[in-house]
Design a protein. Structure first.
Length: 154
């Protein structure tokens, strides 16, 4: 069963009242990066080099041409035990020709996560704009998250 937005908000900081939705919490765009390289092997991974995209001062937003980017959320998430987290793009991203791909957030994860922002049509995104929604579902689990991304970007 998915939890109410007020429950999700209790595990998300910082949070503004307008971010709390009936079934989750909106996450904001904090930083955007271009990435190059990387490797995923059977016994490990190497994250590719990243270069931060600076907001355009003239428009007060990230000006993103077609391509793939890493988008870091502005909020710290704490996935409680007996839950699993999912992040979905807000419909305004989809309606502007963009997609946000994410992964499962396991019970016990804590950090400021990231998603893959795929821009199919040029877009401007203001820093702090709401771009995704975190939802939590009750779930049984075998242990809690203790991977390499635990505590990321804190």
């Amino acid at each position: 069963m998915f939890r109410a937005g007020s429950f999700v908000a209790a595990h998300t900081t910082p949070i503004e009242a307008e971010q709390v939705q009936p079934n989750g919490v909106d996450l904001t765009a904090d930083e955007i990066f271009e990435t190059r390289g990387g490797r995923i092997s059977r016994d490990g991974k190497r994250i590719g080099d990243r270069e931060a995209v600076a907001p355009d001062d003239d428009v007060g937003a990230y000006v993103l041409p077609t391509g793939g980017y890493i988008l870091r959320y502005g909020e710290t998430i704490r996935i409680p035990e007996d839950h699993v987290g999912f992040v979905y793009p807000r419909s305004s991203l989809l309606r502007n020709g963009c997609m946000l791909h994410t992964a499962v957030w396991d019970a016990g994860y804590e950090g400021r996560g990231e998603g893959l922002l795929v821009v199919h049509r040029d877009i401007e995104i203001e820093p702090g704009a709401r771009v995704a929604q975190l939802v939590l579902a009750e779930a049984t689990h075998d242990g809690t998250y203790d991977g390499s991304y635990q505590g990321e970007h804190l």
